[in-house]
Design a protein around this ligand. Structure first.
Ligand SMILES: Cc1cc2nc3c(=O)[nH]c(=O)nc-3n(C[C@H](O)[C@H](O)[C@H](O)COP(=O)(O)OP(=O)(O)OC[C@H]3O[C@@H](n4cnc5c(N)ncnc54)[C@H](O)[C@@H]3O)c2cc1C
Length: 224
Protein backbone atom coordinates (compact mmCIF):
# COMPACT_ATOMS: atom_id res chain seq x y z
CA UNK A 1 0.00 0.00 0.00
CA UNK A 2 1.34 3.48 -0.86
CA UNK A 3 2.48 5.70 1.98
CA UNK A 4 -0.04 8.36 1.00
CA UNK A 5 -2.91 5.87 1.12
CA UNK A 6 -1.73 4.59 4.49
CA UNK A 7 -1.48 8.16 5.84
CA UNK A 8 -4.99 8.92 4.59
CA UNK A 9 -6.27 5.78 6.29
CA UNK A 10 -4.50 6.70 9.47
CA UNK A 11 -6.05 10.20 9.47
CA UNK A 12 -9.48 8.70 8.96
CA UNK A 13 -8.92 6.09 11.64
CA UNK A 14 -7.89 8.70 14.15
CA UNK A 15 -10.69 11.07 13.27
CA UNK A 16 -13.43 8.48 13.49
CA UNK A 17 -12.21 6.53 16.48
CA UNK A 18 -11.26 9.37 18.71
CA UNK A 19 -13.70 12.08 17.87
CA UNK A 20 -16.70 11.17 19.96
CA UNK A 21 -14.82 9.54 22.80
CA UNK A 22 -12.38 12.43 22.92
CA UNK A 23 -15.05 15.11 22.98
CA UNK A 24 -16.60 13.55 26.04
CA UNK A 25 -13.22 12.87 27.63
CA UNK A 26 -12.11 16.44 27.04
CA UNK A 27 -15.13 17.65 29.01
CA UNK A 28 -14.10 15.29 31.80
CA UNK A 29 -10.52 16.56 31.59
CA UNK A 30 -11.64 20.19 31.78
CA UNK A 31 -13.44 19.40 35.01
CA UNK A 32 -10.35 17.66 36.38
CA UNK A 33 -8.19 20.65 35.41
CA UNK A 34 -10.53 23.08 37.09
CA UNK A 35 -10.39 20.96 40.23
CA UNK A 36 -14.12 20.22 40.00
CA UNK A 37 -13.47 16.53 40.50
CA UNK A 38 -11.94 15.37 43.73
CA UNK A 39 -9.61 12.40 43.92
CA UNK A 40 -6.05 13.74 43.88
CA UNK A 41 -5.74 13.72 40.11
CA UNK A 42 -2.78 15.62 38.71
CA UNK A 43 -3.10 16.07 34.99
CA UNK A 44 0.05 16.49 32.92
CA UNK A 45 -0.36 17.11 29.20
CA UNK A 46 2.25 17.56 26.48
CA UNK A 47 4.85 15.70 28.53
CA UNK A 48 5.96 12.50 26.89
CA UNK A 49 7.17 9.50 28.86
CA UNK A 50 10.85 8.82 28.25
CA UNK A 51 11.11 5.54 30.11
CA UNK A 52 9.45 3.22 32.58
CA UNK A 53 11.46 2.82 35.78
CA UNK A 54 11.96 -0.36 37.80
CA UNK A 55 13.78 -3.66 37.31
CA UNK A 56 11.64 -6.47 38.70
CA UNK A 57 8.41 -4.50 38.45
CA UNK A 58 7.26 -1.06 37.39
CA UNK A 59 8.24 1.56 39.97
CA UNK A 60 7.64 4.79 38.13
CA UNK A 61 7.95 6.75 34.93
CA UNK A 62 10.56 9.26 33.77
CA UNK A 63 9.18 12.12 31.73
CA UNK A 64 10.95 13.85 28.85
CA UNK A 65 11.57 16.88 31.06
CA UNK A 66 13.51 14.66 33.50
CA UNK A 67 10.83 14.52 36.21
CA UNK A 68 10.34 11.11 37.79
CA UNK A 69 6.97 10.00 39.13
CA UNK A 70 6.60 7.01 41.47
CA UNK A 71 3.99 4.46 40.44
CA UNK A 72 2.76 0.99 41.41
CA UNK A 73 0.67 0.61 38.30
CA UNK A 74 1.20 2.11 34.86
CA UNK A 75 -1.60 2.06 32.32
CA UNK A 76 -0.73 2.69 28.69
CA UNK A 77 -3.70 4.05 26.74
CA UNK A 78 -2.24 4.37 23.29
CA UNK A 79 -5.06 3.10 21.09
CA UNK A 80 -5.26 -0.09 19.10
CA UNK A 81 -5.28 -1.26 15.50
CA UNK A 82 -6.96 -4.25 13.93
CA UNK A 83 -4.75 -7.25 13.34
CA UNK A 84 -5.37 -8.11 9.71
CA UNK A 85 -2.22 -9.90 8.55
CA UNK A 86 -3.99 -13.28 8.30
CA UNK A 87 -6.72 -11.74 6.12
CA UNK A 88 -4.16 -9.95 3.97
CA UNK A 89 -2.30 -13.21 3.40
CA UNK A 90 -5.60 -14.78 2.28
CA UNK A 91 -6.16 -11.87 -0.16
CA UNK A 92 -9.26 -10.78 1.70
CA UNK A 93 -10.02 -7.13 1.02
CA UNK A 94 -9.47 -4.47 3.61
CA UNK A 95 -11.82 -1.53 4.02
CA UNK A 96 -11.18 2.20 4.10
CA UNK A 97 -10.25 2.11 7.77
CA UNK A 98 -7.68 -0.66 7.33
CA UNK A 99 -9.90 -3.29 8.98
CA UNK A 100 -11.29 -6.32 7.17
CA UNK A 101 -14.04 -5.18 4.83
CA UNK A 102 -17.38 -6.81 5.60
CA UNK A 103 -20.89 -6.35 4.32
CA UNK A 104 -23.95 -5.93 6.54
CA UNK A 105 -24.02 -9.71 7.03
CA UNK A 106 -20.39 -9.69 8.31
CA UNK A 107 -19.26 -11.49 5.16
CA UNK A 108 -15.81 -10.66 3.81
CA UNK A 109 -14.82 -10.39 0.16
CA UNK A 110 -14.48 -14.20 0.28
CA UNK A 111 -18.03 -15.52 0.20
CA UNK A 112 -17.42 -18.28 2.74
CA UNK A 113 -15.42 -16.25 5.21
CA UNK A 114 -16.99 -13.99 7.81
CA UNK A 115 -15.21 -11.54 10.09
CA UNK A 116 -16.39 -9.91 13.28
CA UNK A 117 -15.00 -8.08 16.27
CA UNK A 118 -12.07 -5.70 16.41
CA UNK A 119 -10.57 -6.86 13.10
CA UNK A 120 -13.76 -6.21 11.08
CA UNK A 121 -14.61 -2.83 9.61
CA UNK A 122 -17.34 -0.94 11.42
CA UNK A 123 -19.71 1.65 10.10
CA UNK A 124 -21.45 4.32 12.09
CA UNK A 125 -25.15 3.70 12.66
CA UNK A 126 -25.73 7.40 12.07
CA UNK A 127 -23.53 8.30 9.11
CA UNK A 128 -22.71 4.95 7.51
CA UNK A 129 -19.08 6.06 7.43
CA UNK A 130 -16.27 3.76 8.61
CA UNK A 131 -15.64 4.13 12.32
CA UNK A 132 -13.29 2.47 14.77
CA UNK A 133 -15.45 1.68 17.77
CA UNK A 134 -13.68 -1.31 19.23
CA UNK A 135 -15.76 -2.65 22.10
CA UNK A 136 -16.46 -6.13 23.42
CA UNK A 137 -20.21 -5.44 23.30
CA UNK A 138 -19.97 -4.68 19.58
CA UNK A 139 -17.73 -7.72 18.93
CA UNK A 140 -20.31 -9.92 20.69
CA UNK A 141 -23.20 -8.48 18.66
CA UNK A 142 -21.30 -8.92 15.41
CA UNK A 143 -20.41 -12.51 16.28
CA UNK A 144 -24.11 -13.30 16.78
CA UNK A 145 -24.94 -11.73 13.42
CA UNK A 146 -22.14 -13.64 11.68
CA UNK A 147 -23.20 -16.88 13.38
CA UNK A 148 -26.83 -16.43 12.33
CA UNK A 149 -25.78 -15.82 8.72
CA UNK A 150 -23.50 -18.80 8.23
CA UNK A 151 -26.04 -20.87 6.30
CA UNK A 152 -28.59 -18.26 5.28
CA UNK A 153 -28.29 -14.48 5.38
CA UNK A 154 -30.81 -13.74 8.07
CA UNK A 155 -29.52 -10.86 10.14
CA UNK A 156 -28.07 -7.48 9.21
CA UNK A 157 -25.71 -5.24 11.07
CA UNK A 158 -27.28 -1.80 11.12
CA UNK A 159 -24.09 -0.06 12.25
CA UNK A 160 -22.35 0.92 15.43
CA UNK A 161 -23.49 3.17 18.24
CA UNK A 162 -20.58 3.95 20.54
CA UNK A 163 -21.27 3.67 24.26
CA UNK A 164 -18.61 4.68 26.74
CA UNK A 165 -18.51 5.28 30.46
CA UNK A 166 -15.93 6.18 33.04
CA UNK A 167 -15.77 7.29 36.66
CA UNK A 168 -13.47 9.79 38.29
CA UNK A 169 -13.74 10.10 42.03
CA UNK A 170 -17.46 9.96 42.78
CA UNK A 171 -18.52 11.32 39.41
CA UNK A 172 -19.52 9.00 36.59
CA UNK A 173 -19.62 10.05 32.94
CA UNK A 174 -21.23 8.18 30.09
CA UNK A 175 -22.15 8.79 26.48
CA UNK A 176 -24.18 6.84 23.95
CA UNK A 177 -24.39 7.84 20.31
CA UNK A 178 -23.30 11.15 18.86
CA UNK A 179 -22.32 14.18 20.85
CA UNK A 180 -24.00 17.47 19.91
CA UNK A 181 -20.95 18.61 17.96
CA UNK A 182 -20.54 15.32 16.10
CA UNK A 183 -24.24 15.36 15.23
CA UNK A 184 -23.92 18.91 13.86
CA UNK A 185 -20.74 17.99 11.98
CA UNK A 186 -22.63 15.06 10.47
CA UNK A 187 -25.28 17.42 9.12
CA UNK A 188 -28.10 16.78 11.57
CA UNK A 189 -30.48 19.61 12.43
CA UNK A 190 -29.78 19.29 16.11
CA UNK A 191 -31.97 20.15 19.06
CA UNK A 192 -30.79 19.36 22.58
CA UNK A 193 -32.34 19.17 26.01
CA UNK A 194 -30.95 18.76 29.51
CA UNK A 195 -32.54 17.55 32.67
CA UNK A 196 -31.61 16.28 36.11
CA UNK A 197 -33.23 13.22 37.57
CA UNK A 198 -32.78 10.89 40.52
CA UNK A 199 -30.46 7.99 39.82
CA UNK A 200 -32.76 5.62 41.67
CA UNK A 201 -36.45 5.12 42.14
CA UNK A 202 -38.18 6.27 44.24
CA UNK A 203 -36.04 9.39 44.54
CA UNK A 204 -36.35 9.48 48.33
CA UNK A 205 -34.25 6.32 48.70
CA UNK A 206 -31.08 6.82 50.77
CA UNK A 207 -27.97 7.55 48.72
CA UNK A 208 -29.96 9.06 45.85
CA UNK A 209 -27.94 11.38 43.62
CA UNK A 210 -28.98 13.63 40.78
CA UNK A 211 -27.89 12.50 37.35
CA UNK A 212 -27.57 15.15 34.68
CA UNK A 213 -28.58 14.01 31.23
CA UNK A 214 -28.17 15.77 27.92
CA UNK A 215 -30.19 14.44 25.02
CA UNK A 216 -29.42 15.23 21.40
CA UNK A 217 -32.15 14.86 18.78
CA UNK A 218 -32.47 15.31 15.07
CA UNK A 219 -35.17 17.98 14.61
CA UNK A 220 -38.17 16.72 12.64
CA UNK A 221 -38.57 18.73 9.45
CA UNK A 222 -41.63 21.03 9.57
CA UNK A 223 -44.35 19.78 7.29
CA UNK A 224 -45.03 22.23 4.50
C1 LIG B 1 -7.23 -2.37 27.92
C2 LIG B 1 -8.53 -2.64 27.23
C3 LIG B 1 -9.71 -2.34 27.88
C4 LIG B 1 -10.92 -2.56 27.25
N1 LIG B 1 -12.08 -2.26 27.92
C5 LIG B 1 -13.27 -2.51 27.34
C6 LIG B 1 -14.48 -2.24 28.05
O1 LIG B 1 -14.48 -1.78 29.18
N2 LIG B 1 -15.63 -2.52 27.42
C7 LIG B 1 -15.68 -3.05 26.16
O2 LIG B 1 -16.79 -3.31 25.65
N3 LIG B 1 -14.55 -3.32 25.48
C8 LIG B 1 -13.34 -3.06 26.03
N4 LIG B 1 -12.18 -3.32 25.35
C9 LIG B 1 -12.27 -3.79 23.97
C10 LIG B 1 -12.52 -5.28 23.92
O3 LIG B 1 -11.55 -5.97 24.69
C11 LIG B 1 -12.43 -5.74 22.47
O4 LIG B 1 -13.28 -4.94 21.67
C12 LIG B 1 -12.85 -7.19 22.32
O5 LIG B 1 -11.99 -8.02 23.09
C13 LIG B 1 -12.79 -7.59 20.86
O6 LIG B 1 -13.05 -8.95 20.75
P1 LIG B 1 -12.47 -9.79 19.56
O7 LIG B 1 -12.96 -11.18 19.77
O8 LIG B 1 -12.75 -9.10 18.27
O9 LIG B 1 -10.88 -9.72 19.71
P2 LIG B 1 -9.94 -10.30 20.86
O10 LIG B 1 -10.66 -10.29 22.17
O11 LIG B 1 -8.67 -9.54 20.72
O12 LIG B 1 -9.74 -11.81 20.46
C14 LIG B 1 -9.01 -12.17 19.31
C15 LIG B 1 -8.37 -13.51 19.62
O13 LIG B 1 -7.82 -14.03 18.40
C16 LIG B 1 -6.53 -14.57 18.68
N5 LIG B 1 -5.76 -14.55 17.42
C17 LIG B 1 -5.21 -13.50 16.79
N6 LIG B 1 -4.59 -13.90 15.65
C18 LIG B 1 -4.79 -15.23 15.55
C19 LIG B 1 -4.40 -16.22 14.61
N7 LIG B 1 -3.69 -15.92 13.54
N8 LIG B 1 -4.79 -17.49 14.86
C20 LIG B 1 -5.53 -17.81 15.95
N9 LIG B 1 -5.92 -16.91 16.87
C21 LIG B 1 -5.56 -15.65 16.68
C22 LIG B 1 -5.98 -13.63 19.74
O14 LIG B 1 -4.95 -14.28 20.46
C23 LIG B 1 -7.22 -13.41 20.61
O15 LIG B 1 -7.40 -14.39 21.59
C24 LIG B 1 -10.95 -3.09 25.94
C25 LIG B 1 -9.77 -3.40 25.30
C26 LIG B 1 -8.55 -3.17 25.93
C27 LIG B 1 -7.28 -3.52 25.20
Amino acid sequence: MSQKKEEKRQDRREASSLLDAWRVRSRVLRKVRKGNIDGGVELLTGKGVESILGKEKAEGVKLEDGREIDADTIILAVGSRPKVDLAEKANIELGESGSIEVDRHMRTSEEDIFACGDCAEKRSFFTGEPTQILLASIAATESRIAGANLFNTKRENSGQVGIYSTKIGDTAFAVAGLSEKSAKDSGYNVVTGRFKAANRHPGKMPGMKKTEVKLTFNRKPESS
